[in-house]
Design a protein around this ligand. Structure first.
Ligand code: ADE
Length: 264
């Protein structure tokens, strides 16, 4: 897979891309990242890439000319590959989107800076916009690295275990089960006995149930789209029943308390 990144801060990328799994993916030729400094396509003496917004107001806006020139020089006019802008206004980047992008042989990422980017870049150059979450960063560099990281680990041959990405949180529609390694007892906290039993079917059942429990507790919204067996549904129904029983056993928090709270 080839990724062309257009940014004002290419130096941000190398240290992360030269580590661990991504470094190995690059060495094996599975990932090729081409970094381009948008400023190299600025044409004036000061190499200007931003300007004041028409209509006034605070903040600076990224000028369209250097971005168009950079992308079209590298990728053709019009570009022959998907051109993705990283922006908080984009479509949410999820594991599902990562799987889609992992099928693409080549795409480009534009990392924005300043208060915004000239709207004509969005309308006439970019094919899609992605957001990595509902918060605002100072630029699209970290989001671009997030996308490259999440997509690369899905490429065949990148992870040692080819099944690993299919077992990740979200890929199966559920959060992952807990993991343990040696020692079996640490500060008196024991690893669940079933994991030491060597009983593979029991271990698989425990993992499935803990994944369901975790998803039910932390991300119940995911359960609506997860593929669930009858046994999974029965387990979730038991969790619900336990929760209701625990709530019924508690004194009603809204009811007037029989004794006034103690004075502090
Ligand atoms: N640029 C700034 N914040 C961002 C976000 N949350 N996602 C993608 N790009 C961004």
């Amino acid at each position: 897979m080839r990724v062309d990144v257009f940014t004002l801060f290419p130096e941000v990328f190398e240290p992360y891309l030269n580590l661990s799994i991504l470094a190995r993916a690059r060495q094996k030729g599975l990932l090729e990242v081409h970094l381009h400094n948008i400023r190299d396509w600025a044409t004036d003496r000061h190499r200007t890439v931003d300007d004041e917004p028409y209509g006034g107001g605070g903040g600076m806006v990224m000028k369209p000319e250097p971005i168009f020139a950079a992308v079209e020089d590298v990728l053709g006019r019009p570009p022959q590959v998907p051109v993705i802008l990283l922006t908080p206004q984009g479509r949410p980047f999820t594991q599902k989107v990562a799987w889609e992008m992992a099928q693409w042989p080549h795409f480009a990422l534009i990392a924005g800076r300043y208060e915004g980017i000239d709207e004509r870049v969005r309308q006439h150059l970019v094919t899609d916009e992605l957001s990595i979450g509902d918060y605002v960063l100072t630029g699209g560099e970290l989001p671009a690295l997030v996308v490259i990281d999440a997509v690369t680990r899905l490429l065949p041959g990148v992870l040692g275990d080819p099944e690993a990405p299919h077992k990740d949180s979200f890929s199966a529609g559920l959060l992952e089960h807990p993991h343990y390694t040696r020692p079996a007892a640490f500060r008196g906290w024991r690893v669940p006995e079933v994991l030491l039993s060597g009983h593979h079917a029991e271990i698989a059942r425990w993992r499935r149930q803990e994944a369901l429990r975790r998803t039910w507790e932390r991300r119940p919204d995911l359960l609506a789209h997860a593929r669930l067996s009858d046994e999974d549904r029965a387990f979730l129904a038991r969790l619900e029943a336990q929760r209701r029983a625990a709530a019924d056993a508690r004194p009603d928090a809204d009811a007037p308390s029989p004794t006034p709270p103690e004075e502090a």
